[in-house]
Design a protein around this ligand. Structure first.
Ligand SMILES: Nc1nc2c(ncn2[C@@H]2O[C@H](COP(=O)(O)OP(=O)(O)OP(=O)(O)O)[C@@H](O)[C@H]2O)c(=O)[nH]1
Ligand SMILES: [Mg+2]
Length: 555
């Protein structure tokens, strides 16, 4: 265990009291300077300290106090809209009317698939567990002109920050439409052909119809293909949505198919008692890839064992696993820091650009980063992928584990190299999609191609992603353009004051431009830099973090 100093250093408090607040315009902080032991920003936490385990607490938990981290940032779903119910073949039967008119109802339409981005969800693991979602089938029509009931809809709720991209689509109605269009254009049809034929997939017959009736039944031409009224509200294929805001109402993704027509639709001069009706259309199905583009408002970046998970626990009610060894955290933990729970004064009063009050901040505690993570060492690239998905980066530096400036530089160096690799990868992907095309098999190039060839150019064709293959990587904001600050943790440990002072001086030099940006990038974010000394294990000093984060989020 680390050695904990008996009382908290006074430098922490003097620093907190005198440090300027560059975001004062945006954020007002009410609790500044108020010292509370085991202070937590989140809602009141039931302290687990018991008589049996006097040393255990929310911030220094027993192994029994860990929550399981379930996390997935990708999921591939197949979403099937419901098929329509079949039309009904029925005739009115009443006393003294033995052969009444046709009165079969139409089939109900199939259920539709909706999507909604909601707050509170932070991971796609629940969706990743079940890949097939099928909306209900419409009920068949019934006698006495009763239509079938609609099929049940399916609502897919995803976290805010999810990107939805279509991988493939199977739409039987569109395919049939295309088929009919080709057939119609092929050649003139004889009378015999236009009369319509028996198609097992389209027509249903009266159950007690005799064989001769089947043989002699005259089918009208198939009715025009119909789509449900909802279909106009469907997003155009291929679907590509960036759900970066919570949605008040669900959005339609795939509309259910329409139901079949009951037999009254086919009454004609020649056939007054049609013994057939149409089947419901088959529902469309799409395969989409969901990917979390935005993980959290702030992401903790630090070496293993720096104290990130403890810090998350100090700021939220997270039950993140904490341990005195490297790689305790293997999956990101997402915590929510409540700024205003509408009980008394908010921790920080801030407003989003839209004017809406900011009531909470989401925090991602990301697995620890080691040297050469960009080469996929440790939890490597998987880890770095999550860093790309936070708005603001909080570098968590352990003051008791060597020189803090060196640690910060080591972290930045990994991020910088990762960024270089990413941009190289994006370039390669774009190159792969742009194919140099030369006319094949002809020694005499066509005139325009010939002209281009003469000019030393080939034709560039941009090839979209293959409909069945994998999708290109999501474009992300470069890490070095994100606002950042430093949380200097374990400040309760002896002799960390000088280390902190050096870190502070380094950040000042960075702000003044006397030293180069640690990411070695020209377009790096330029803004006020702060190092916030905290003791996460005691919950001391952490109250400055929400205030600073809000300032960076809203600036
Ligand atoms: N003295 C002291 N110890 C701390 C503080 N914060 C965390 N620790 C201890 O440091 C150890 C590591 O803490 P974790 O929160 O698991 O660290 P982490 O950065 O999440 O580690 P990984 O998940 O492995 O990357 C634990 O034993 C904590 O109790 C602090 O502010 N002061
Ligand atoms: Mg951890």
């Amino acid at each position: 265990m680390t050695r904990v100093h008996g009382s908290f250093f006074s430098y922490l408090y003097s620093y907190l009291e005198t440090s300027p607040l560059p975001f004062g315009r945006h954020a007002r902080h009410y609790n500044r300077g108020v010292f509370k032991r085991h202070h937590s920003i989140g809602p009141p936490i039931h302290d687990t300290a018991s008589e049996d385990h006097p040393l255990s607490s929310h911030l220094n938990p027993l192994p029994t106090d860990y929550g399981r981290t379930l996390f997935a940032d990708k999921a591939t779903l197949t979403l099937s809209a419901g098929s329509g119910g079949h039309g009904c073949i029925s005739f009115l039967r009443e006393k003294y009317i033995d052969a009444g008119p046709a009165n079969g109802g139409d089939g109900g339409s199939g259920g539709s698939i909706y999507i909604q981005a909601v707050r509170g969800e932070t991971s796609l693991h629940k969706l990743a567990k079940r890949s097939l979602h099928r909306a209900g089938r419409g009920q068949n029509g019934q006698g006495k002109g009763k239509g079938g009931a609609r099929g049940e809809d399916v609502l897919v709720q995803v976290p805010v920050g999810t990107v939805v991209r279509e991988v493939s689509r199977h739409d039987p109605v569109a395919e049939e439409e295309e088929k009919r269009r080709i057939e119609a254009g092929a050649e003139e049809k004889t009378d015999e052909e236009t009369r319509g034929t028996w198609r097992r997939d389209k027509w249903i017959l009266y159950p007690s119809a005799s064989m001769s009736e089947y043989a002699t039944a005259e089918f009208p031409p198939l009715p025009r293909l119909r789509k449900s009224n909802l279909a106009i509200a469907q997003p155009k294929a291929p679907i590509s949505l960036d759900l970066s805001e919570p949605m008040e109402r669900p959005m339609l993704l795939v509309a259910g198919a329409v139901g079949g027509l009951g037999n009254p639709h086919f009454v004609s001069m020649t056939n007054r008692r049609p013994k057939f009706a149409t089947k419901g259309e088959a529902g469309a199905s799409i395969t989409v890839e969901l990917e979390l583009k935005l993980l959290a408002d702030v992401g903790f970046v630090g070496m293993p064992n720096a104290g990130k998970s403890t810090l998350l626990r100090a700021l939220s009610r997270s039950k993140a696993r904490v341990g005195d060894w490297a790689f305790t955290t293997l999956q990101p933990n997402i915590g929510t820091m409540v700024l205003d729970n509408n009980h008394g004064r908010p921790q920080v009063q801030a407003y989003k650009a839209s004017g809406e009050p900011r009531t909470q901040i989401s925090i991602a505690d990301i697995p620890g980063l080691i040297k050469d993570a960009h080469k996929d060492k440790g939890l490597g690239l998987g880890f770095l992928r999550h860093v790309e998905r936070a708005h603001v980066l909080a570098f968590v530096v352990d003051l008791s584990a060597g020189n803090a400036v060196k640690s910060l530089n080591a972290l930045w160096s990994e991020l910088g190299q990762f960024e270089t690799l990413q941009s190289m990868k994006t370039n390669m992907e774009t190159e792969k999609r742009v194919v140099d095309w030369k006319p094949l098999g002809s020694s005499i190039p066509s005139a325009p191609a010939h002209d281009r060839a003469m000019a030393g150019q080939n034709e560039h064709i941009e090839v979209g992603h293959s409909r069945s293959g994998s999708l290109p990587a999501l474009p992300m904001a470069p890490i070095s353009t994100k606002p950042w600050f430093v949380v200097a943790t374990k400040a309760d440990i002896d002799e960390t004051q000088e280390n902190f002072a050096e870190l502070q001086a380094y950040l000042n030099a960075l702000m003044n431009g006397t030293v180069d940006h640690p990411s070695k990038r020209k377009n790096a974010w330029k803004g006020p830099l702060a190092a916030i000394p905290v003791s996460a294990i005691r919950g001391e000093g952490v109250e400055r973090i929400p205030e600073w984060t809000v300032g960076l989020l809203d600036s």
